[in-house]
Design a protein around this ligand. Structure first.
Ligand SMILES: Nc1ncnc2c1ncn2[C@@H]1O[C@H](COP(=O)(O)OP(=O)(O)OP(=O)(O)O)[C@@H](O)[C@H]1O
Length: 310
């Protein structure tokens, strides 16, 4: 079962195809990352999936319905533009957001206070938003996003603007929701967040999906790299090293051959190469991203957003 299925989504703004034929499949219960540089079309895609805007072409089915807005009580959405009423108290803010998603106000307030306690912010429940730090206010907005126990949580760039401590807290909250079987989609331009959290990702660049699937499948597109240090610099054992070997002194770097490491070890030991160290490095998602989306797109990913530069 898929929480979301999208086929051929297109959205144009003044003739510019911001989203240019996107297909997505988000399995129920997964943590799914939409990964792409600024301007790739992530927010526009999310808005179409949720029914906030309609696509010019294509279809989407959200929690079994082709009218996504009809499912809004089952969905929690943290938009990219954060904004809360500054004079509202934190607990009232969460209650208000729960009421907008169909909860009775009193029940939403009680649940909001519980969630604030669990997040270690119980002491601030009666403070106005303007009296909170930016990270605390963002946490309040996130709690308001999940207060009605949604089946699907959609977070647009949830990590941006948070310090490392609050980012780690948010990761824990996302995992806790996933452990309850909730489907979570988040967009990000930071590969490391997707690598740590997601089982599945879509890589989006220039309005198109260049990969949709398991993180492990993306990583498996590249073969592991071997780093070997030997006592001797030469010998018949060198013939056992593959053609792509790079050589720096007594260090040898190469792609793990299809035959695996064992025949290589036999040749090194038999040829008395003297193995000082040998490590096999599995490619990370960053390397896979470069292979799939290209160096230029990867370089844009690492660039901070305007908000992060402030
Ligand atoms: N309402 C709009 N009117 C005109 N152009 C738009 C509109 N919304 C988005 N765009 C353009 O569409 C492209 C995709 O924007 P979108 O916000 O979806 O990208 P994104 O991947 O979410 O990037 P970011 O993280 O920077 O928001 C950009 O070039 C953007 O300028």
């Amino acid at each position: 079962m898929h929480a979301i299925e999208a086929r051929g989504l297109v959205k144009q703004f003044d003739g510019f195809r911001a989203v240019d034929g996107i297909d997505l499949n988000v399995p129920e219960g997964s943590i799914y990352g939409i990964l792409g540089p600024n301007g790739a079309g992530k927010t526009t895609t999310i808005r179409m999936l949720l029914g906030i805007i309609d696509p010019d072409e294509g279809t989407r089915v959200l929690l079994g319905s082709d009218r996504p807005l009809s499912q809004s009580k089952l969905v929690g959405y943290l938009p990219e533009e954060r904004g809360l009423y500054q004079s509202m108290r934190a607990a009232d803010t969460i209650a208000f957001m729960g009421a907008l998603r169909g909860m009775p106000l009193k029940a939403a307030e009680m649940r909001g206070r519980e969630l604030m306690e669990e997040a270690g912010l119980g002491y601030a429940a009666d403070r106005q938003i303007r009296q909170l730090s930016k990270g605390m206010a963002q946490t309040v907005q996130l709690l308001g996003t999940i207060v009605h126990d949604p089946k699907l949580i959609v977070l647009d760039e949830p990590f941006s603007g948070l310090d490392a401590l609050n980012q780690a807290k948010l990761e824990r909250m996302i995992r806790a929701q996933a452990d309850r079987g909730v489907t979570i989609i988040f967009s990000t331009h930071v590969i490391a967040h997707a690598e740590r959290l997601c089982e599945r990702i879509a890589i989006i660049a220039k309005g198109k999906v260049s990969f949709d699937g398991l993180v492990s499948t993306a990583r498996d597109r590249l073969r592991p790299q071997v780093h070997l240090e030997t006592e001797t610099a030469d010998g018949p054992w060198r013939k056992a090293l593959p053609d792509d070997v790079r050589h720096e002194g007594n260090w040898w770097h190469f792609t793990l051959p299809d035959s695996g490491v064992e025949p290589l070890l036999t040749a090194l030991i038999g040829g008395k190469a003297g193995i000082r160290s040998l490590s096999i490095e599995r490619p990370g998602l960053h390397d896979a991203f470069v292979a799939i989306a290209g160096e230029d797109t990867a370089a844009e990913m690492d660039a901070p957003t305007a908000e992060e530069l402030i």
